[in-house]
Write a protein that binds this ligand. Structure first.
Ligand code: ARG
Length: 590
């Protein structure tokens, strides 16, 4: 179904043409004075220069050409030359009937040119605990993935594990000190090695911080860890086997964490998977004259004229020949090109890494790894989730954020708050609290523009009033309960047509339902799930305001009541669609 704003623009453009003017002047927009009209067209103002006439003369002719148009109940010229438009109630009823039939898409058309999009998000580092940044990346990336998929694109979500860094060498070194008798440390042992890992996730959670502390305090430990990292990367069989164990143990823990967040990845690739692509890539960069030596390191200059800040060269190989974070990201681009030929690669990463990505993107284009016309590289940088003290958020336990603890804290808070004021059993309330808690966390995050820092305020996030996830959940559950009551009260009622809206609140509700497609497009085009959050907040408000002045249950006219029921079902459907695109879902009751 075509978007309402486009249907309106089509009609107005045709009217411009009939009145003898360029149809492209007929582009309309939602009114910025909703008290005066619903939509507006300012094309006559631009047309005035083109046709050297007063803008109001043009607008009047267009308004005249629209008088008999059934889409509008008002098409009015307003001096100096605006066109104010209202959609007619009858047309609104037809449009909502069409929307209702468009069950799967709720009025949002898929893109005519489907693309292949890779979204690089999550970005956890194996063996290291997840931190708030990883949480944000998972929440935002998951939503972007769902939105793009809904628009009809082939979307591949890649977790891009940090599985190749110094942390592995640190763990190996620590383990070697603790258990030197393990077969992995017998020099010259080519394997095979035990299939069972010599540690559990709980062990790793203790080993890694200990190793990382030693690395900071003890220079010889650090040197040993670097040495172990280098040997691992060269292919030392015992270290490789240990590394595999570390990855396997961490990945199953990560998967269960992400599952609790309702986040899933199509690919569990990591930095290590890019390594085989490095030698050829580097050789090409050298042969083509892009890479040159600077203080012993191999670099590619990526500064550009007009840079307002210093953009240092992209570091390809350090003087000891070691590959860098940049190198790995570049080689990953090569691998992704080879395997998926994406049209876009979107990186959802902490905005403090922006300069890194600026350099990687420039380097990739400059050295011809990618053709900028065929594939766009996009950085969606997000801000920090802070605690009320303005510092990066910590859970009750303090220290680093543990996802389980965050989820538990929020679920507990929702549980305590709702206890005793409903008819749900403890057991059911637990499950409901988990859903509402997840909605609170995700909505609290996604309702902000990704690039902004925000404060994680538990009390505010779990409030049932205001711009919160639980408010949206509450609205959805409320609709379900009204619909249930109506069905119980009028078991034999037939569903009849959607009627034209009466009054301002109902008209607003109709118009807002028809804006779902715009919200999805905005969110998709701007990589901004906050647009969709704003939309469902508006829609929930419209519904609650409408409901405050109409009793559906006590409505005596069966045709009106039936129309209300269909509208409520539609609102629920659009909200369900939307929250699914944001990555959460409503409980049945709460
Ligand atoms: N592992 C990185 C970190 O924890 C994030 C990875 C982001 N993605 C990428 N392609 N560099 O900071």
């Amino acid at each position: 179904m075509k978007k309402l704003i486009d249907q309106i623009s089509d009609q107005v453009s045709a009217a411009f043409e009939r009145a003898g003017f360029d149809p492209s002047l007929g582009r309309c927009a939602p009114s910025n004075r909703p008290d005066l009209c619903q939509y507006q067209c300012n094309g006559a103002m631009a047309g005035a220069k083109l046709y050297r006439t007063a803008p109001f003369l043009i607008a009047q002719k267009v308004a005249d050409a629209l008088t008999a148009n059934p889409l509008f109940s008002k098409a009015e010229m307003v001096r100096p030359g605006f066109l104010n438009l209202n959609v007619s109630p009858t047309a609104l009823a037809h449009l909502l009937t069409e929307l209702e039939q468009d069950e799967a898409r709720c009025g949002s058309e898929a893109d005519a040119h489907p693309q292949t999009i890779i979204i690089d998000y999550g970005g956890p580092n194996v063996a290291k605990p997840l931190h708030v940044g990883h949480l944000r990346s998972a929440i935002i990336g998951e939503s972007l993935k769902r939105i793009a998929r809904f628009k009809g694109h082939t979307v591949i979500g890649d977790v891009h594990l940090g599985d190749w860094g110094l942390q592995i060498g640190q763990i190996i070194t620590e383990l070697k000190q603790r258990q030197p008798e393990l077969p992995y440390f017998q020099e010259g042992n080519p394997g095979p090695f035990p299939a069972e890992p010599p540690f559990s996730i709980a062990d790793l959670e203790e080993i890694y911080p200990a190793a990382s502390r030693k690395s900071k305090e003890d220079a010889s430990f650090k040197a040993a860890a670097q040495e172990a990292t280098a040997r691992l990367q060269e292919g030392h069989p015992g270290y490789r086997a240990l590394w595999r164990h570390i990855i396997n143990v961490s990945v199953s823990d990560l998967k269960s964490n992400y599952e609790k967040l309702d986040v899933s990845f199509d690919l569990w690739m990591g930095e290590s998977d890019a390594q085989p692509f490095i030698p050829t890539m580097v050789a090409r960069m050298k042969d083509d004259g892009f890479a040159h030596l600077s203080d012993g390191a191999l670099v590619v200059d990526v500064a550009e004229e007009g840079d307002t800040r210093e953009v240092p060269p992209c570091l390809i190989l350090k003087s000891d020949g070691a590959a860098q974070y940049e190198t790995t990201d570049l080689a990953t681009i090569v691998q992704r090109q080879r395997d998926y030929r994406p049209d876009r690669i979107i990186y959802v990463v902490d905005k403090r890494q922006e300069l890194h990505f600026v350099r990687v993107f420039r380097c990739a284009y400059k050295t011809g790894l990618l053709d900028p016309k065929r594939c766009s590289l996009e950085f969606v940088g997000f801000g920090t989730m802070n605690g009320k003290d303005g510092k990066p958020f910590k859970t009750r336990e303090g220290g680093v954020l543990r996802l389980e603890y965050l989820l538990r804290d929020v679920t507990d808070a929702v549980f305590e708050k709702s206890r005793g004021n409903g008819e749900l059993s403890e057991e059911e309330l637990r499950q409901v609290s988990e859903k509402v808690g997840l909605a609170a966390i995700k909505y609290g995050d996604l309702s902000n523009q990704p690039s902004k820092d925000y404060v994680f305020d538990l009390g505010r996030f779990i409030a049932f009033e205001g711009n919160t996830g639980p408010y949206i959940m509450y609205t959805m559950v409320r609709i379900k309960s009204i619909l249930k009551k109506v069905a119980e009260t009028y078991p034999d009622a037939e569903l009849t047509a959607i009627l034209p809206p009466e009054g301002e609140k109902e008209t607003n509700l109709y118009l807002t339902l028809l804006r779902f497609a715009d919200a999805v497009d905005d969110a998709y085009e701007q990589n901004a799930p906050n647009r969709l959050c704003r939309y469902i907040y508006d829609l929930s408000n419209c519904l609650n305001q409408f409901y405050a002045e109409r009793s559906i249950l006590r409505e005596e006219d069966p045709r009106r009541r039936s129309s209300y029921v269909r509208i409520l079902q539609l609102v629920l459907r659009v909200l369900e669609r939307s929250v699914d695109l944001l990555g959460f879902e409503a409980p049945e009751r709460m």
